[in-house]
Design a protein around this ligand. Structure first.
Ligand code: SF4
Length: 603
């Protein structure tokens, strides 16, 4: 069906959807969701209605005794082993944090050759992160078989497809390019692979992902996709996400957003008109690692909030095709999906707000944001009931674990949102974050979206297409008027905003972008953290230093860590890691060797 197909607004701009803070509901209300046939009177705490949900969460202060007096001098020592030109380049990627006024940090810039980075490639961001978890699309990797190694569920995206919806996540589809195709071209092999996949699986859609060699030999995956779409009569679309594009996997996220928006979002209408009395949202930037999305779904269901689509954990093609009918987009991973949130607001009139379901307190705040947006008294009351019950259920264990963990230091170097989100979980159990940074984030993920106009667009970023999006003449209807959004902002609910990581980190904490192995080793020696959260590429280096590492790309074998149950799982995991005695028995293979100037602080 066409995205332009007319359908009545799911939420009219006035009435239920029009309730704003200026018309803020107060005190007593009824809650039909909670009670089914017999609504009960429940009480909304007045203080909840006036909470400033846009204000940055204050970080735990760092103990004076554990922070080097001069963090700036530490940075100088760190980079002093690099050649002068490299040192100058790397210096921009460090900042000593000032949460009230974050200083500009270097981000989304090419890693200096020779430095061992933790970043992934553009294809990994497009296929591996954003598109790959969609269960019923056949994802064909057009390239040598090596590129498909990480296409085979290593991210641990989980799914429970509804009855009748296919799940191809257990498969890895590749065209397995060899020398012949590199010399003579791989388009015929790609067309054959698409036909074969169609004949075997009869999927609703097929996506094709370009790897480095495909870009180098000039195969046109878009032309092949168009041709096969006509021939087979299903949606087939390609991605020019060659690994070398951009500076990291971040480029692949943007390309994936563009492709989903162009080829999938708004291409189907629901069988029945959405019920205007329901609260319908999409969750963007949640990939269901270790079952996180299952826990978020459980909580939303308890609150009486309907999930139209998740981009893209535990989700399917149809959910995303119909996602333009939701009334609010909530954004988890800002870096990987903010493009889609912006484009859906422009074309369909769906506002977005930033949330974080990592951490019990953060989850409570996020649920309150959703309830405040809809402005419905019964929903606000119901959300408070759920928050109260869920926090109560984990309170005793959290307090007990906090008594063992309080004051121990954490370091986090991962992703484009996780290094921020997981600070909330550590905060829940009293562990301050001494240093953190992202692998592939941009300046706005550190400093907040207000800096976007000042970000210099370099050649690598210009390489990624910016779609020219306008309001759809038929499908656009604003769920909130500009005046209503202003009123919401005044009431403490900001839409289209992200404060960034630095405003929610402690003063004097060290922010490091695209950290190298060398820098991480020095910082671990300097800070002696109780735990480091990072990725698979550096996990075992850290553990050989006698420091536990919690891997936050795919959670090792753990999770979920989202929501209230997930928070409790994480508290237990961290307690187990930081309380274990085993780490002091580790003798690093390099024991006795010096890191030179860094270990002694002499440089
Ligand atoms: S960098 Fe290129 S060759 Fe390597 S995995 Fe990514 S797409 Fe494949």
């Amino acid at each position: 069906m066409s995205p332009a197909q007319d359908h009545p607004p799911a939420v009219p701009p006035t009435g239920r959807a029009g309730a704003t803070a200026d018309q803020a509901p107060r005190a007593l209300t009824t809650d039909p969701v909670a009670t089914g046939d017999a609504p009960q009177v429940v009480v909304v705490d007045e203080a909840v209605l006036t909470l400033d949900l846009s204000a940055p969460t204050e970080a735990l202060a760092l103990p004076d005794t554990l922070v080097p007096a001069d963090q700036g001098a530490l940075i100088d020592r760190l980079i002093s082993s690099y050649p002068p030109k490299v040192a100058r380049k790397r210096r921009r990627h460090f900042q000593v944090n000032e949460p009230g006024a974050p200083a500009p940090i270097g981000a989304n810039e090419r890693t200096v050759p020779g430095i061992i980075t933790q970043r992934g490639c553009c294809y990994a961001g497009c296929k591996g992160v954003v598109l790959g978890p969609i269960t019923d699309i056949v994802h064909i990797v057009h390239g040598p078989i090596g590129c498909s190694y990480y296409a085979w569920m290593t991210r641990r995206n989980q799914a429970r497809p509804p009855e009748g919806v296919a799940n191809y996540l257990q498969y890895a589809f590749s065209t397995d390019l060899t020398e012949d195709e590199i010399i003579f071209g791989g388009e015929k092999k790609l067309a054959a692979a698409i036909r074969e996949a169609h004949a075997l699986f009869h999927p609703k859609a097929i996506a094709v992902f370009s790897t480095c060699p495909v870009g180098l030999i000039g195969d046109d995956v878009h032309a092949v996709s168009r041709q096969l779409r006509k021939e087979l009569g299903i949606n087939i679309f390609g991605f020019s996400c060659e690994g070398y594009k951009g500076v990291s996997q971040s480029a692949g996220h943007h390309i994936a957003n563009n492709g989903l928006f162009t080829h999938v979002v708004g291409t189907e209408e629901p069988d029945a008109e959405p019920d205007p009395t329901r609260f319908r949202i999409n969750v963007l930037g949640e990939y269901n690692i270790g079952g996180d999305a299952f826990e978020i779904e459980r909580i939303l269901e308890r609150c009486g909030i309907d999930l139209v689509a998740t981009f893209s954990g535990n989700t399917n093609y149809g959910d995303i095709a119909r996602s333009h009918t939701a009334d609010l987009n909530v954004v988890m991973c800002h870096r990987s999906i903010n493009y889609l949130a912006e484009m859906m607001e422009t074309r369909y009139g769906i506002p977005w707000t930033k949330v974080n379901f990592i951490g019990a307190e953060a989850t409570a705040k996020s649920l309150r944001k959703i309830a405040r947006y809809f402005g419905d008294q019964a929903l606000i009351a119901r959300v408070e009931t759920v928050i109260g019950e869920e926090l109560e259920a984990i309170a005793a264990e959290r307090a007990e674990i906090r008594s063992r963990c309080e004051g121990k230091l954490a370091m986090l170097y991962v992703g484009g949102s996780r290094a921020h989100h997981y600070q909330e979980l550590f905060r829940d159990i009293g562990m301050p974050t001494i240093s953190a940074g992202y692998e592939f984030a941009h300046r706005d993920d550190y400093e907040g979206r207000e800096v976007i106009p000042s970000i210099k667009v370099d050649a690598d970023s210009r390489n990624i297409e910016e779609l020219d999006v306008v309001a759809d003449p038929l499908a656009y209807h604003p769920r909130r008027s500009p005046e209503q959004l202003d009123a919401l902002a005044r009431s403490g609910l900001q839409t289209r905003d992200y404060v960034g990581m630095m405003r929610e980190m402690a003063p004097s904490a060290l922010v490091v972008d695209d950290i190298s192995h060398h820098e991480m080793e020095v910082l671990i020696r300097e800070y002696s953290p109780a735990v480091v959260c990072s990725g698979i590429k550096d996990k075992y280096v850290i553990e050989k230093m006698g420091v536990p590492c919690k891997q936050l790309h795919n959670y090792d074998y753990g999770g979920p860590y989202a929501g209230f149950v997930g928070a409790r799982n994480f508290y237990r995991e961290i307690d187990r890691l930081v309380s274990a005695n085993v780490w002091k028995y580790v003798t690093p293979p390099w024991a006795g060797e010096s890191l030179g100037a860094f270990a002694s602080g002499a440089a």
